[in-house]
Design a protein. Sequence first.
Length: 68
Amino acid sequence: MANKKTKELYALMDDLHDHKEKLDHYAIHRNRSGNRVSNRLKLMEEQAVEIEKIALKIQHQIQSMRRT
């Protein structure tokens, strides 16, 4: 049975995976006419920023798990 901190860690990892999938989607996705999404670089940057935030949260979560 997972404790609260482990569940929070897995939730953060799920969020990280979701944002990584979106980043991949914007990097390689093409629309029906075969062109890339017009603002894909902005969208990719937004996902990268979110990934950085989540990575920091994961680091803090792991550090707090080590202390207990």
